[in-house]
Design a protein around this ligand. Structure first.
Ligand code: SF4
Length: 226
């Protein structure tokens, strides 16, 4: 959704600058084996940002995130809520493929973290969906995906929700109903966030504060979200 207070041309330029840095980055060992780095992609005004773990074989070949079988399932899950991959921004915790698709190491995640943080700061998504363990660990430290998947939490003007990684679902098709249930929460979470932010903004307005000071008026309920 377009926000007229934001300078999208400048944001696109900054995102392209990050992508350029990623393409030539040598900050961790993963640069040695990459064919193409995968900076991430999506619309600059995306409300939803999905963050996976690391590029796999197909992603490394094409320089694009989630283009293999897991990407196809991700597209099917997004279709459940009327979205396509062109409606969301998709990226990864590390931008280069680990050898033999091994898990990214802590030092690699740490070396790459600054790129993702800059991307989040530029995109300002209203909702971040983590896909898989390493992405979840960044926003839900110590959590276990099988316990917390689909349990959103608010982070300021944003909602975070841990989701199953589509590759995990492909290996464990019994998780598919849960994966669908979790994705179906996203539209409701966005609507609820908008409502609560509007209520909070109204509650902070001077006129509203003055009314609250009048005898007989009750203080606004601090809504517990999600
Ligand atoms: S994974 Fe990240 S930190 Fe490591 S070389 Fe690639 S872009 Fe640089």
């Amino acid at each position: 959704m377009i926000d007229e207070t934001r300078d999208y041309e400048a944001i696109i330029a900054a995102l392209q600058e990050i992508a350029g840095e990623v393409q030539v980055c040598t900050a961790c060992e993963l640069h040695k084996g990459r064919t193409r780095a995968v900076p991430g992609e999506g619309p600059v005004d995306a409300e939803i940002m999905l963050i996976g773990e690391a590029p796999g074989f197909n992603e490394d070949q094409q320089g694009r995130p989630f283009v293999g079988a897991a990407g196809k399932l991700l597209e099917e899950l997004l279709a459940e809520i009327g979205l396509t991959r062109d409606d969301v921004w998709i990226g990864n915790v590390v931008k280069c493929r680990p050898p033999q698709n091994r898990d990214p190491r802590p030092e690699e995640i740490a070396a790459c973290a600054g790129y993702l943080e800059r991307q989040i700061a530029l995109l300002q998504p209203k909702l971040i969906g983590t896909l898989g363990r390493y992405s979840m660990e960044k926003f839900f430290p110590g959590a276990r995906i099988t316990k917390v998947h689909g349990q959103a939490k608010r982070d300021g003007a944003r909602v975070l929700i841990p989701l199953f990684h589509p590759a995990y679902v492909l290996r464990n098709m019994s998780a598919l109903p849960d994966a669908k249930r979790d994705i179906h929460k996203i539209p409701r979470l966005l609507a609820r966030l908008e409502q609560v932010l509007a209520e909070e903004a109204a509650a902070q307005a001077p006129a509203e504060e003055a009314r609250q000071d009048e005898p007989g008026m009750t203080q606004p309920e601090q809504l517990s979200l999600f």
